[in-house]
Design a protein around this ligand. Structure first.
Ligand code: G6P
Ligand code: MG
Length: 216
């Protein structure tokens, strides 16, 4: 039986995906090129430095590591400016209702995010206590699509991967959950999240009962 729900943060609990895109786009623009929203899909769930590498490759730019670190720090500064204005109003529709159903069902919860800023964002939106375990970018060595972040979440909750459902908006995140041996709910478009076991537009479109029925 399913015992735990593991949630991605960006694009699942809050819409920070748009802030990541705005900050990366600003960086690309300063380097003399642009990145589209479609290109941005490839960056979702991917770590900060890997994202920078993908962007630089897109612009045909090669740089030494120290310069790359400067650019990543610059992007993060812009991103944090956007995050600093966040409040509980930024929690995505349906999240509060879904989490109260999760509690009533007696399920455990973990956050599984590649973001090093995840704890800060949870503080800003007042959701730190909504999770029994928090795995963020500071606790892992491999970003999604590697399953490490979700396997660590399951381990901390003391449940097996087969007892977990993962909620993800990113192609790389859906793949991570599947590689971890978990049932994966994709939040977004079914055309893009083809590896997911179940796809819905957002948590607002789902009930815990329905997810449990489909995953058992
Ligand atoms: C999440 C986001 C990515 C982001 C990554 C690292 O996975 O979906 O867009 O690059 O976290 O975030 P950070 O806040 O550590 O730069
Ligand atoms: Mg995401």
């Amino acid at each position: 039986p399913i015992k735990a729900f593991l949630f991605d943060l960006d694009g699942v609990i809050v819409d920070t995906a748009i802030y990541h895109y705005q900050a990366w786009r600003r960086l690309a623009n300063e380097l003399g090129f642009d990145i589209s929203e479609q290109f941005n899909e490839r960056l979702k769930g991917v770590s900060r430095m890997e994202s920078l590498d993908i962007i630089l490759a897109q612009g045909g730019i090669t740089l030494p590591d120290d310069k790359k670190n400067d650019l990543a720090a610059q992007k993060n500064g812009w991103y944090l400016e956007l995050v600093s204005r966040m409040t509980s109003d930024d929690i995505l529709p349906g999240v509060a209702t879904f989490f109260s159903q999760v509690r009533k069902a007696g399920l455990k919860t973990a956050l599984g995010s590649v973001s090093k800023n995840a704890p800060l964002i949870l503080e800003r939106i007042g959701m730190t206590n909504a999770f029994d375990a928090i795995i963020d970018g500071t606790k892992i060595s491999k970003g999604k699509p590697d399953p490490e972040v979700f396997l660590k979440g399951a381990a901390e909750l003391e449940v097996s991967p087969a007892e977990c459902v993962v909620f993800e908006d990113a192609v790389a995140g859906v793949e991570a959950g599947k590689r971890g041996g978990m049932f994966v709910v994709g939040l977004g478009s079914p055309d893009m999240l083809i590896q997911a076991d179940l796809v819905a537009p957002s948590l607002a479109a789902l009930t815990v009962e329905e997810v449990l029925k489909k995953s058992e």
